[in-house]
Design a protein around this ligand. Structure first.
Ligand SMILES: Cc1cc2nc3c(=O)[nH]c(=O)nc-3n(C[C@H](O)[C@H](O)[C@H](O)COP(=O)(O)OP(=O)(O)OC[C@H]3O[C@@H](n4cnc5c(N)ncnc54)[C@H](O)[C@@H]3O)c2cc1C
Length: 865
């Protein structure tokens, strides 16, 4: 039902490629929304994944009641799942049932492979060419071609020579295969291998499994539908489905907030046991908050699973070969199984580890490895898929200016929201790269994508637009966000199909969106709410380009800010100084503890008649150590020597230096310049007492965050002018350096990023008077000269009101000839770099700061000078 079009008429409004889970729902939504549509499917029948993958043991690995459409809530009346994890035939029957119930077959043409799709710029039309040489035109083209629909090409020498039976799990015959008494080889131990091996072993006379990489597999505990889920669905199905949509992975579940090592060993073991017993993959990886982000945490869990494998498999050598050790658990897709490991205890089942005994080739009668020749009656290839991009690459797609998609994606796929790609107008992807896709319950992800696409077409129609395309900058921004999400995880530590590593020559790019179904949905919804941010649209209503990047914050920073906004904390400036201190101390004490260090000692230093409390952090290595005097943040009003505990621990451990976090007097009771004078006192004391503290007196640096950065900078200037003590380096983290509220960052980042401009004004108002403004001890940027100051590392954060003054100081230091490293922390806020264990994306920045400190403090470097 196109609006009065400037463009040529088309055969149909929308062509959908693929009649799997996604194609069927597209047919449902598009037909109900009044579009003319054609669904083209290569297979002889509908069903997609569940049409093709008929191998013995093929099952869903998300509970059946979760892996189904939510648009049809009366399923409980007309559809009953028989098991917790339904088999392939049952899922296929379900898809047929849905197609029949909603009269979807009339839109679908099976046995029709799309071979070419060409964007015709002049007419704003997609020309789609099928294997039958038909050219069909449509305004919109939706690729529901599946993420796991193109089997990986098997390239073992001699494949064509084998005279026996050959099967591929992804293209299993429709007639039953009988392996009774036969000698069977299974090549591959991914999900299809793990599911089929126990079933094939029931019949085979002899079974040899060829394994390249062992897999982490969890017993499915299959059986009746989980009573708890059924009860939830019976009482409030709408609520249950909504919880799935707003969950991390598409199954109702609360994201774990508990770091592994924050609880004792026995509690950890119990949690692992519970996760194991649940027999649910998505629950498994949520055992602790950091399973997928912390190598040590992951390794402990991996070892727990390895223990389970060893407990089942009798032969220690086989057990050892079945235990994955080369990648973190979860970084390759884990499997759910029924009796997989126990199968290897059968006397006629054997495992060949091709990592140690590689396959040389396939012969007429079997398989030759480096060490042995095997004879078989049947070979079963469970060798996986060209995932996420394989089906798109198999079609000759050309977009604007006749650019082929294959060329455009030569270095890896690039999409906006996983839904569209720049240069290919009106082409939509379902669960494409850049969306949660294969990391999620795909039933939920498919529904979300289809809903977004159909709603988008409806919005276009209502707005008088007929063409939509993402902008390059929106796409680049999104891909950076996808990378940021992946960068916080351990996914890159495995050679997985998520990265394309299973297909020779495929670019190594982590393709899915690892930020979670909930955060992803929020981004998609936000794009629409902000009038299709990042899209250009055109049609009878004219041209509208709403360029922009939807996610600019680091993912964990965004998550934190959302949590803080939801908590609805009162603004600092609405409190008294005492209440603000109490509130701030409570917040900082609730943060994760930070890494272990060698020793933590609390003390009081006595200098120049002033007593200042301090907390000293000693590295675990052997001393003597360099010494860093640290000044906490808090605007010279809030905080104390202990409020930046985790940050100090982290920097101490990373830089291998003693950190002494010192108190200084606070405003409004003791305003400027008391804090700076105390800072100077602390530095003199540390220099004089370095040896007794286990430090090296010649190697003294200063470090500070926020107002503490301001004090550190001022102290360096005072020490330079006084000629002592010698400070060999300064690390300034999001420092205030002139409190110039006219700077752009004060307006750009005034609100919504933790520290607000009005909070800085409030703190400044307590600390100093306008008349002090040009005193370099308050505003180090006003110093007559910055020459001769110690080498500096200055870290500034993109979404920080004080960003511009930190930037200005870094520039001024460099201009004065001071060796200066300036780290611009992209997507960070004033606080986020200090939130150790909470904001993982801050870790690389802290590592850079610590590296700089190490260089400043290196004994050899100082000896040369
Ligand atoms: C063995 C197996 C088990 C799985 N288990 C789960 C699970 O437990 N949970 C889960 O969330 N996901 C699972 N998946 C992922 C599964 O692919 C999705 O859940 C879902 O079925 C995908 O639906 P789809 O419609 O997007 O794609 P598909 O089901 O793959 O359908 C795509 C269709 O497009 C057709 N097609 C492709 N190219 C062309 C072309 N050029 N022309 C015409 N037609 C074309 C294909 O023939 C196919 O029928 C599993 C995948 C496999 C392979």
């Amino acid at each position: 039902m196109p609006v009065d079009s400037r463009f040529a008429a088309t055969d149909t409004d929308v062509i959908v490629v693929g009649a799997g889970f996604a194609g069927l729902y597209l047919a449902y939504r598009l037909s109900r929304a009044g579009y003319r549509l054609r669904v083209l499917e290569a297979a002889p029948d509908l069903g997609g994944t569940w049409y093709w993958n008929r191998y013995p043991g093929a099952r869903v690995d998300v509970p059946s009641v979760d892996y189904m459409y939510s648009f049809d809530p009366d399923w409980q009346q007309d559809w009953q799942w028989s098991e917790k994890y339904a088999t392939q035939p049952e899922i296929l029957r379900y898809l047929h049932h849905v197609a029949d119930k909603h009269d979807l077959r009339r839109h679908i043409t099976c046995g029709t492979r799309v071979e070419q799709a060409r964007w015709d710029e002049d007419n704003a039309v997609w020309h789609v060419c099928t294997g039958h040489d038909h050219d069909i035109t449509a305004r919109f083209l939706v690729m529901a071609t599946g993420c796991l629909s193109v089997p990986k090409h098997v390239d073992i020498p001699g494949m064509e020579r084998f005279a026996g039976e050959v099967y591929f799990t992804s293209r299993w015959p429709h007639d039953p295969v009988d392996f009774t008494g036969k000698r069977v080889a299974v090549i591959g131990t991914g999900s299809s291998g793990v599911q089929s091996i126990p079933m094939i072993a029931r019949q085979a006379g002899r079974l040899v499994v060829f394994q390249r990489t062992p897999t982490f597999s969890v017993p499915a505990g299959n059986g009746p539908l989980p009573a708890q889920k059924l009860e939830l669905l019976a009482t409030d199905e709408a609520g249950y489905r909504q919880a799935a949509r707003m969950s991390p992975a598409g199954v109702p579940m609360v994201r774990s907030q508990t770091p592994t090592f924050s609880v004792p060993a026995e509690e950890r073991r119990q949690r692992y046991e519970t996760a194991w017993e649940a027999g649910e993959l998505l629950v498994l990886l949520n055992a602790f908050a950091d399973v997928m982000s912390d190598r040590e945490a992951n390794e402990e869990f991996a070892e727990f699973i390895r223990g389970k494998i060893r407990a089942v498999v009798d032969d220690p050598q086989t057990a050892s070969a079945l235990c994955p050790t080369t990648y973190p658990v979860g970084s390759k897709r884990p499997c759910l199984d029924t009796g997989y490991y126990a199968t290897y205890n059968l006397p006629y089942v054997r495992l060949v580890d091709v990592a140690t005994d590689p396959i040389r080739g396939i012969t007429e009668t079997g398989i030759d490895t480096a060490a042995e020749s095997f004879e078989f009656d049947a070979l079963v290839f469970a060798t996986g898929f060209d995932a996420l991009t394989g089906a798109l690459a198999a079609i000759d797609i050309t977009g604007r200016d006749a650019v082929p998609l294959k060329d455009d994606w030569a270095n890896g796929p690039a999409t906006y929201l996983g839904l569209m790609t720049a240069g290919f107008p009106n082409l939509f992807l379902i669960t494409g790269p850049g969306s949660p896709s294969v990391l999620s319950n795909m039933a939920v992800s498919i529904e979300q994508h289809v809903d977004w696409v159909v709603d988008c077409l409806t919005d276009l129609r209502a707005g008088g637009f007929e063409v939509i395309e993402p902008t390059k900058s929106a796409q680049t921004g999104w891909m950076r966000h996808v990378d940021d999400c992946a960068g916080m995880t351990l996914y890159a530590c495995a050679n997985s199909w998520y990265l394309g590593a299973n297909v020779p020559g495929k670019p190594r790019v982590f393709m899915p969106y690892a930020g979670g179904v909930d955060f992803y949905r929020a981004a998609c919804d936000e794009v629409v709410a902000r009038d299709y941010l990042g899209f250009a649209r055109s049609g009878s209503a004219g041209v509208r380009c709403n360029d922009g990047v939807v996610r600019r914050l680091q993912p964990d920073v965004q998550m934190l800010l959302e949590q803080m906004a939801a908590a609805g904390s009162p603004p600092l400036e609405s409190m008294s100084a005492d209440d603000a201190r109490a509130f701030y101390a409570l917040w900082r004490s609730a943060l994760p503890p930070g890494p272990e260090v060698g020793e933590v000692v609390d003390g009081v230093l006595d200098g120049d008649g002033v007593e200042l409390a301090y907390r000293l952090y000693r590295p675990p290595s052997a001393g003597p150590y360099p010494v860093v005097v640290y000044f906490h943040g808090g605007g010279c009003v809030l905080g104390d020597a202990t409020t930046d505990d985790a940050f100090c621990r982290d920097l101490c451990a990373r830089s291998d230096a003693i950190f002494i976090s010192v108190d200084y007097r606070h405003a409004p009771e003791t305003p400027f310049p008391a804090a700076v004078l105390d800072g100077m006192t602390a530095v003199r004391w540390a220099a004089a007492n370095a040896t007794e503290l286990g430090g090296d007196p010649g190697r003294l640096a200063v470090c500070g965050w926020s107002a503490g950065g301001n004090i550190a900078a001022a102290v360096c200037q005072i020490a330079r002018d006084a000629g002592a003590p010698e400070i060999v380096g300064q690390a300034l983290v999001t420092p205030a350096t002139d409190y110039d509220f006219t700077r752009k960052s004060y307006s750009d980042n005034a609100d919504g990023y933790g520290l607000t401009t009005s909070a800085v004004r409030w703190l400044f108002g307590h600390y100093a008077r306008e008349a002090d403004r040009t005193d370099p001890r308050l505003a180090p940027l006003y110093a007559e000269s910055l020459a001769g100051l110690p080498p500096a590392v200055v870290a500034t954060a993109e979404f920080d009101p004080v960003r511009d003054e930190g930037d200005a100081y870094a520039r001024a230091l460099a201009a004065a000839g001071v060796a200066t490293e300036h780290i611009r922390a992209r997507g960070h806020t004033h606080d986020s770099l200090t939130l150790v264990g909470f904001v993982l994306s801050g870790a690389p920045v802290r590592a850079e700061i610590a590296d700089a400190l190490r260089r400043f403090l290196a004994a050899e470097r100082l000896a040369i000078h």
